[in-house]
Design a protein around this ligand. Sequence first.
Ligand SMILES: [Zn+2]
Length: 585
Amino acid sequence: MVAALGCRGTATNLDVDVPVADRGAAVVDSGTTDASTPRDASDLDVATVDAPPPSDLGPGLDAPVDAPVIPVDAPALDRPPVDAPALDRPLVDAPIAMDVRSDLGFPVDVGAVDAPRNDVGPLTAGIGEGLSPDARPELRVSCGVTPPTPRVTAGAADRFVLRGRVVTPTGVLSPGEVFITGGTLTCVAASCSSRAGYAGATIIETGGIIAPGMIDTHNHPQYDFLPPWTPPRRFTRSDQWQGVPEYRAFTEVLRNNENLNNNTCAMVKWGELRALIAGTTTIQGGPNLNCVTRTLARNIESGNDFEGVDHHRPNTLGIATVSSSDAMGLRADMDSGQLSAYLLHLSEGIDEPARREFDLMVSRNLLTPAMVIIHGTALGAPEFAQVGAARAKLVWSPRSNIILYGRTTNVGLALDRGITVALAPDWTPSGGPNLLSELRYGRYVSQAAMGGRLSSRDLVEMVTSRAATAVDRPQVGSLVEGRYADVMVIPDRGCDAYDSLVDAPTADVRLVVLGGRPVYGEAAMMGALPGEARARCEPVTVCGQPKTICVALASTANSLNQSLADIEAQLRVFTTPYPLAPLCP
Ligand SMILES: [Zn+2]
């Protein structure tokens, strides 16, 4: 039977290699980077990986097998088993793995670094051959309007009104108001002036576009202090790169330092702050640790961040780690409602063994509305027909896919079947540095490989309302009365609101509100706001722009009093963390 999900802080004793990383730096300024500079040096290198062109990967049968085979019972994965303890997710063990091997129908694959090449079937899945992982489409951030400077009329400290163009599920209010009381959206309308408490509230003329805080449905925040990784070649499925010496060397800094001196916490905080300054207020993949009980960004799997609603469970290690008996427990919990979102890394790759993971999942009786497939790169029309019929969900991470496999998930097939698709960056080693970056990458893939099928509104919804649906967190992702007051604001330069969000560079983020608390934004505006102990907020420069971020709390419990500067200093003891805002713009 599947154990109830633990809230954060209930278990830390992971018995699998648990890398935890977080990059935190009080100085995130990379303002010297010119707009034409692609990401950073290491990222650029990805584009020059000497990998055979995807067409040559063809059957991929002769790709070099240069890594040792990892025993089935040794979880050689570096990715964090974020839910590991206390949860039901079965950790890898020999009997399960053996079971999986037989179920998959080929001799040695699960846990192996590189399957015997004669077991790799035709590489037919995915789209986007030839796309560059480093494409940086030109930003369309201006439509001839100079965004007004924000103005704050100070009033009550416990409630405030945001004025601007407001993105709602039914369209854009222009102009509109968002009235926030405590942690809740009290009113979203053209005018909220008739509402109780409106008089005397602090008024913020944002001069901007007001949108829901974004939801990152696929990440590994503890890795996000690491810079982009340069793969030695392209792969055909995920278990290949996780064991190659180059990847092991790349993640050594994490393994050597996590779980020492509370470093894991600093790594995770850095990952959450990276998300926050780019307008992401809810993130997936955080570990279950005492030190992060305080929310820097809401964690999808954490009931603590959602008023105790805790029906979410991640599985980073894959379906191979789920035994038949575990699957029965999971299914029972899905049927009872105890488990409403099972976030499973599945079929990450483009070969037949990767696709067969789907068959195994189906044979485990887990294809239900609660199944959230992360990646699904190897899936084709027959699989998506089943996913659609089951009302399961899909999370798409195109940039990570293109870097590692040269192709990405055929999301058009998923959309054809009415499947709810979310978009997310995965992590810094192979994905974009944040969700804003991944939005632009998603548009690039749409235009280059999908005939422009995804509109800007589609893309924005894939990181807001559809993302919320995908992971069953309806309290976030939409500016609707009664929902959580998680909001982002970007300058209004007169463009279409959805285009503006897709184009927004990280430095453009004007304000981020989390649970009704302004936690990040332009320094002048933040400084004019009442309430919140301003003394504990700190200045930070993002791409040359002065910002203010509020990280530290008064309590010293669980290092809650750590500032951004403290977090960065802790990381710098053993590494130079990847900047929070590496791309300018
Ligand atoms: Zn992942």
